[in-house]
Design a protein around this ligand. Structure first.
Ligand SMILES: Cc1ncc(COP(=O)(O)O)c(C=O)c1O
Length: 446
């Protein structure tokens, strides 16, 4: 029994009915959809989730960094109702007024240097679209300028192009072939490469690549995940700044995959702003629709206009209802000053996580993150399987009314709605803190 301002666990967790529902679903749904913690969501409001028994949890996941403006946000519901009342649920590519209003606001939210956008439904479509745009741009300059630079360990989605650009070899085995024009550079993990070594690290990687290709003649684009997802791991600033310089010199476009980093999450409108550079393309999804399927690519006019008429559109592109949802996200971020507030709350989060690390120096490797997205990265050990222990930490935290992201790797990820109160943020961190100590107490003598 737990009753605080932010949590209320008064019945068994997992709630009665959860395992039956799991069994029923696994009979009729692909296995690939399963593997999350056993919590059946009945309702979610602001930063709280309620299960089948109405137990109330603090949400440190935002589903998966989607509900930046909070679950069932009032403005979101109001705008969606407005859309429903208008009785225009779909118009294919035929124009409608809310699309113009949303796109205008979206482009202005992206800052100077961006003039056009294109809307889709899933994040993976956005990274695919960026791949296509970078290649169309390259081919316009030189027929063989098709190469895309990506990074080992990065992730861009589950469709073919997105998986080819991702850095996980095992996940793309199903494709059966490699794209000889996609190249992966090693990721400059901060525990291996310091800010001062960053430029040389990049120069070495590019030198190796130059043995295979000519940057100016063969490479058309770079796809950068703003931070590496599993651990919220950023590149050193100097690395990205030098990369931008190299790209400019060689007519190479830069696309940022801002799926997790966009829409205020990192304490910036978009995460690339942290590096002080300007990409040519921004790939967005997740927080963009605040829970409604919306993704998009934002960029320069000359790049967004490269595809022929009809050559880059989708049946559900810019659907009127999702435009209302997208507008609600932007208005909520602006009116509630969520970007500024996220920066401040992010400081509380990182300070607390640093304290957890200091208390567990033998088991925690690093704390990573900015704004309200962060990760605790654990050391690997020969004595125990860290992923297994972390699953226990996440499960035990859930039983105490806190949901965090189980990554399946040696990290735990935290990404509450940006609307979370300071009291709930600290309360959740206390739950996580003592569960880490409890689970690792027998293993911290490395
Ligand atoms: C960095 C990144 N890129 C792309 C995607 C793919 O987005 P979606 O699942 O909406 O296709 C994700 C999703 O987790 C992501 O984290």
């Amino acid at each position: 029994m737990i009753k605080t301002r932010n949590r209320h666990i008064f019945k068994k967790v997992p709630a009665i009915g959860t395992s039956q529902l799991m069994r029923k679903l696994s009979k009729i749904e692909s296995r690939s959809m399963h593997g999350q913690m056993p919590i059946a969501w009945k309702r979610a409001e602001n930063f709280n989730i309620y299960d089948l028994s109405n137990n109330k949890f603090i949400d440190f996941t935002s589903t998966i960094f989607v509900t930046n403006i909070g679950h069932a946000n009032k403005r979101m519901i109001k705008y969606l109702k407005k859309g429903l009342d208008q009785k225009l649920l779909h118009s294919y590519a035929y124009i409608h007024q809310i699309r113009e209003k949303y796109l205008k606001n979206l482009i202005s939210f992206s800052g100077k240097g961006f003039q056009k956008a294109f809307l889709m439904s899933a994040g993976t479509e956005a990274t695919e679209a960026a791949l296509k745009l970078m290649r169309l741009n390259g081919q316009k300059l030189k027929k063989r300028k098709l190469g895309i630079i990506c990074f080992e360990g990065n992730w861009h989605g589950r469709t073919m192009g997105a998986q080819l650009m991702s850095g996980n070899e095992k996940q793309k085995k199903w494709i059966g072939h490699k794209d000889k024009n996609i190249f992966h550079l090693p990721f400059p993990y901060p525990w291996n490469v310091s800010e001062n070594e960053a430029e040389n690290f990049l120069k070495n990687s590019l030198q190796k690549l130059s043995r295979k290709v000519n940057l100016k003649k063969d490479i058309c684009g770079v796809m950068i995940e703003t931070f590496q997802g599993w651990g919220s791991v950023y590149y050193p600033k100097k690395y990205i700044k030098l990369l931008e310089k190299v790209c400019k010199k060689n007519n190479i476009l830069i696309a940022f995959d801002e799926m997790q980093a966009g829409f205020g999450r990192t304490g910036y409108n978009f995460g690339f702003q942290y590096y002080g550079i300007k990409p040519d393309l921004i790939c967005c999804g997740k927080g963009m629709g605040g829970g409604v399927p919306l993704s998009g690519v934002i960029g320069k006019k000359k790049v967004l206009d490269l595809p022929e008429v009809g050559n880059m559109s989708s049946t559900n592109s810019a659907n009127p209802l999702v435009c209302y949802a997208g507008l609600a996200v932007l208005d909520e971020i602006n009116k509630k000053k969520l970007v500024e507030k996220t920066k401040a709350k992010g400081q509380i989060l990182t300070n607390y996580l640093q304290k957890i690390k200091n208390n567990n120096p033998n088991t925690i490797l690093s704390i990573q993150g900015k704004g309200l997205i962060a990760a605790i990265i654990f050391k690997k050990s020969n004595r125990y399987k860290v992923e297994k222990l972390l699953k226990k930490v996440v499960f035990n935290s859930m039983k105490e009314g806190l949901l965090v992201v189980y990554t399946g790797m040696n990290s735990i990820k935290i990404g509450p709605p940006l609307s979370i109160t300071k009291s709930a943020l600290i309360e959740g961190l206390q739950v996580l803190d003592h569960n880490i100590s409890k689970v690792f107490s027998n293993y911290d003598q490395d």
